[in-house]
Write a protein that binds this ligand. Structure first.
Ligand SMILES: N[C@@H](CCC(=O)N[C@@H](CS)C(=O)NCC(=O)O)C(=O)O
Length: 227
């Protein structure tokens, strides 16, 4: 059974949603990132970037030793290849999915993450940073809205690109956005939200979520190479 190293955050939800969509059995290994469990040596062996999510697949395609994967985008691709679901093999369709997956990984996720940081967690108000990341998320929402004007999902058919992006639109209010300003995005958001597997994946570990306290802030913010 696939081991999922997980905490209930947007990057974690990507993977629970995919696992639920694929109907793959999995066991959740909680990584309490607010208490520093991402620095445990056994976790760092599979996720050297001290970030969750990560998976270990004890029965990889083609056999052999278990395969460990970190980085949510790489995990989605891995699970897509393993199951043949939501990650088409045909080159033209795959190129569409990959562009939007990488767009999320390199753009929407990091920019929305910075918007959350400067709008909610920074110890002092930094107006330039708040404006910079709020505007950038706004721009990215506009990109999605235009993309979704003439198709149901980001890459045409429902895919791992949608599963990567939806969790990062869930906290739109914390990013200073108004979802109804983006009608196509809002329609897609609601269609995603209505999927039973999305609901199930989003609910995994909900009881573990807690407000960020000072100890968590100390652990999460200000990390350097020496930790
Ligand atoms: N690019 C990574 C980012 C993962 C990430 O940032 N995970 C956060 C939670 S959403 C984390 O584990 N943080 C722990 C830390 O900052 O030490 C991915 O997509 O997997």
């Amino acid at each position: 059974m696939i081991e999922l190293h997980y905490w209930p955050t947007p990057n974690g939800w990507k993977i629970t949603i995919m696992l639920e969509e694929c109907g793959l059995p999995y066991v959740v290994k909680p990584v309490d990132i607010g208490r520093g469990e991402q620095f445990q040596p056994d976790f760092l062996k599979i996720a050297p970037n001290n970030r969750m999510p990560a998976i270990v697949d004890p029965a990889p395609t083609g056999g052999g030793a278990p395969i460990a994967v970190f980085e949510s985008g790489a995990i989605l691709q891995y699970l897509g290849r393993k199951t043949g679901k939501f990650y088409p093999a045909a080159e033209r369709a795959r190129a569409e999915v990959e562009q939007w997956l990488f767009w999320q990984m390199g753009g929407l996720g990091p920019m929305a993450g910075q918007a959350h940081h400067f709008r909610q967690y920074a110890p002092e108000q930094v107006p330039y940073a708040v404006e910079r990341y709020t505007k950038e998320v706004n721009r990215l929402y506009g990109v999605m809205d235009r993309r979704l004007a003439d198709r149901a999902f980001l890459a045409g058919d429902y895919s791992i690109a949608d599963m990567a992006s939806w969790p990062w639109v869930v906290p739109w209010q914390n990013q200073g956005q108004v979802l109804s300003d983006f009608p196509n995005l809002e329609r897609w958001f609601k269609a995603m939200e209505a999927r039973p597997a999305v609901q199930k994946g989003f609910a995994v570990g909900r009881d573990l979520r807690k407000p960020m306290d000072d100890e968590a802030k100390k652990i999460l913010f200000g990390q350097t190479a020496r930790r």
